[in-house]
Ligand binder design. Structure first.
Ligand code: BTN
Length: 244
């Protein structure tokens, strides 16, 4: 089923393999793919994203105007947009790069931003999964998770939340093209990882560091125990807060 807003064509499915996968068939700026359930929901770094009851599962196609080395910023802009929406329901923060977690550190939303190259164009497909109305979480998760319902005791309209996310995404993506410094300022304010001790997992090592900032390409800037400063990209590492 399809419908249109002024800027967005919204394509709705009951069940799909993955909204991110489907969105690749609609490479046009502003298209939104939404589903009630996924059979092959994908997470970052090859993980799977499990269905929860009454979840918001969406992917939006964005034609990128950024150089390829800056495309991680699209994920950060999306996290800021989701933060602003979810914070109207319950208190949240961003865990770098783009998990939205409760103040107790439980994950409410994951974002998977993927780039697709088509001729000279770069499209980002931003996949957003929010645990909205589930009364319990699957037992076999690798991280602690929660839902908006568990946090607030109230059920909410997934459609209303979708509308708000689309509006906030439009705002933040506009800012991304007009004023990256302002967008980063906003992102850093919402990001709980900064000034925290973190454990960084690369493919072959784990090390402890102090997160000090997020740089202009969206990488995490960390200080090692010897005082050396290094930057890590979300594509190469996963990060846990030290008390996770
Ligand atoms: C993560 O935290 O690892 C990212 C999870 C992203 C999940 C969403 S659900 C909608 C969209 N479709 C997918 O297959 N993945 C994203």
């Amino acid at each position: 089923m399809e419908n249109m807003t002024e800027k967005h064509e919204i394509i709705r499915f009951d069940t799909v393999d993955s909204t991110n996968k489907r969105a690749r068939e609609y490479l046009s700026d502003g298209v939104v793919v939404v589903a009630n359930a996924q059979t092959e929901g994908r997470g970052r770094r090859g993980r799977t994203w499990l269905n929860t009851k009454g979840a918001l599962l969406m992917s939006i196609v964005v034609k990128s105007k950024l150089d390829v080395e800056n495309t991680a910023l699209i994920g950060l802009a999306s996290a800021a947009a989701v933060y602003e929406t979810l914070n109207r329901y319950t208190s949240v923060c961003i865990k770098w790069p783009n998990d939205i977690i409760t103040m107790a550190g439980k994950k409410l939303c994951g974002i998977l931003s993927e780039c697709v190259f088509s001729g000279d164009e770069i499209y980002a497909i931003i996949g957003i999964g929010i645990n909205v109305n589930a009364s319990d979480m699957p037992a076999d998760l690798t991280y602690p998770a929660s839902s908006v319902y568990i946090e607030t005791g109230k059920q909410f309209s997934v459609g209303d939340m979708l509308d708000q996310i689309i509006n906030e995404l439009d705002e933040k993506l506009k800012l991304l093209n007009a004023d990256i410094d302002r967008l980063l300022e906003i992102y850093r304010k919402y990001c709980i990882t900064i000034n925290k001790k973190v454990l960084i997992n690369t493919c072959d090592s784990v090390f402890e560091a102090l997160a000090v900032s997020v740089d202009k390409q969206g990488r995490l800037v960390v200080k090692l125990s010897g005082g050396e400063t290094v930057v890590v990209s979300a594509a190469d590492v996963s990060v846990r807060m030290k008390n996770d």
